[in-house]
Ligand binder design. Sequence first.
Ligand code: BGC
Length: 819
Amino acid sequence: MIGNDLDSAPSAQNAELERRLNRLTLEEKVQLLTGRDFWTTWPLERIGLRRILVSDGPSGVRGEAWDERSPSLNLPSATALSASWDITIADRYGAASAREARRKNVDVVLGPTINLHRSPLGGRHFEAFSEDPILTAELAAAYVVGVQRNGVGATPKHYVANDFETDRFTADVQVDERTLREVYLRAFEKAIVEAQAWLVMSAYNSVNGATMTENELLETPLKSEWGFDGVVISDWTAVRSIASAEHPQDLVMPGPDGPWGEALVAAVRAGAIPEAVVDRKVLRILRLAARVGALDGVEQVSSTPVDLEDDVAFAREAAAEGTVLARNDGILPLEPSGIRSVAVIGHNARDARTQGGGSATVLPEKVVSPLAGIREAFPEADVSYSIGAVVQEGVVELPLDTMTNPTTGEPGARVRFLDAEGGEMFVEDRRASALVYFGGEAPVADAALFEFTTRYTPAENGTILLGFAGVGEGRVLVDGEAIVDVKAEPVGSDLGAAFLTPPSNSAPVEVTAATPIDIRFELRPLHLAGMGNAMSVTIGTEQDTSEPSALIAEAAAAARAADVAVLVVGTNSRVESEGYDRSSLALPGRQDELVEAVLAANPRTIVIVNSGAPVELPWRDRTAALLLSWFGGQEYGHALADVLTGVREAGGRLPTTWPKRLEDAPVSSTTPIEGVVRYEEGVHIGYRAWLKAGIEPAFPFGFGLGYTTWSLGSPEVRAHDTGWTVEVPVANTGQRAGKHVVQVYAERPDSTVDRPVRWLVGFAAVRAAAGTEQVIRATIPRRALEHWDGGWTLEPGEYVLRIGTSVADLPETVTVCVP
Ligand code: BGC
């Protein structure tokens, strides 16, 4: 099963690694193959090996603790990155992640996520790049290079076909070999063969009957054909058997418990598993250690980050680069000096989603909301705010500036873990009321009671809904009186989701502005089997949803009174997160009604969509302008303001087709049937399926507008050893500098194989000043025209390359002839 000899290839470094390996006992070797805890591997000082710290990823690096006291850069979601269609942005995004990792002593980033957007219902769609394998591959490779150039390991994940969340631990994906090779493995191939990723994460799901930690795909193509010399790290808890040890699965996470340990030592002693199998895995972990500088005396790739740039400025630039202008009747860009009043509307305008939920979550120090960004960009204007419709569900945390720690008097709260006798086991002062314990020192598993106390000072008079989100027996007391007292059970069967998206309970409390109340929260945690020392709890307030029509009317009145309305609609953490898929593409709550009312009140309405994935926008053609802005990261508000005022152009093009209605989407269910998900559409995923069905989407793949105009000249194509280069003169014919993304698609109408009507084979982003012309070069790798037929095959004959600005707008043509 484990066939290649790469691990024993003669090289000075391999010889040194082998020397260290030979000093280890079998017990020590096996110990190294399972994590020490949630995020680290075992140190073995005897051979100069320190621990290796891994961290999520992929849009920022959380670090060892899930803790607001150690904040992280929150980059725009992967969908925003892929919308840039720009490998230099992807490289810088990787470099920014590496800088964050180095700052936090992290050796390995658990990203990029390079599963595909097979269906818009995929719960973690925001975390992956695209529906297209080539676009994903190019960006993934650039991300990996950007990370690793700076001395940190990258981990393309989840290998492979983890393109949905429903029953992700057990679902079996049935997919033919050609589709796997051409579509789902394509980005992994590029990230490993070309970008040389140091790790790969094996997925939870099965493919063609075998769970991925025991799947032949770990050997072929990964190790044998692609020559992968790094570490196959499991997704968390994905290794379930001793049998997996016989496969090229190298590292079991998390630890310290797991199915290998003593059972593996015994299996080796009994001769059931050769020790050489264990040795190969250990060597790979030592090689990773050498690469990240965790092995004394063996040089790491780079000891300091080589790329330096202002991370916050980059987050702002990247968000604008990924924002897609989907419609503009000429209202944009706005001239701030000509605008007296702006009505900012929408729950997400104030409480924006800057990242998706689940394991990818990072804790930014500061987030700029769209409302704050617009207020800053229009200093002379009267900027009003109305919520319009409630979007965010459940209890959200209390703002830091409303909380006082009763013990220290500082902003924040005091947290205590108590034993059954009421003895204090652990105390900490926190600066947030949303707390996740996932690794770290707190004795979550052993404590009988968790206690959180703060003095809360409301900003306004009124009734608030105060409560908590968490599982267990919870009591919320206000000035000593219990207002909530419930036993909250976990929801759903996915452990991760039950943990990170627990149910909310709240009760009304009358408050007076500037008059503090004492809040005490007590929780007898319900320890979920398999969650070990992990717990998540939020103490805070819920939105009042009792009068939706009044909220809409208020927002419409504000829009009517203003020169321009900026309405931010979007999804919430219940819609887009980890551990479950979406059930609908409709905007949650009463947002469609809200948009209709605001459009009727003021035709000068700009709608901004804040979602990580496509949503239905039935009113899209009646907006003055429409921006699809994904989860924009911590500088989201600044980036939007830059685009609205024209300081920057919206640089994005759609990395995924946006359907008019879910029913039109090629794959409109992600629920396994009897445990099986059949990838029946084969290679026809995403826009390829739309083309085949002849249905028109709301916005096609590759589409996005700018603030200037362009013309394309006649393309020329040149063949070389590894593929072709297409050169196209591009002229900026407008009045402003701008960005253009030139896309090249192939067609093969008379093919002997079942091909897509057309498929992306290359692209290039270009920036040019007004009135200037450039020749852009797009590289078409040979692989882009090849198909899989038991091996890679290039069908002889003519391929038509069509060149333009989206899959649906391809005015230029050039032909390639394969002899
Ligand atoms: C996710 C991975 C993640 C891991 C560690 C898993 O549930 O699927 O993407 O890296 O947890 O948090």
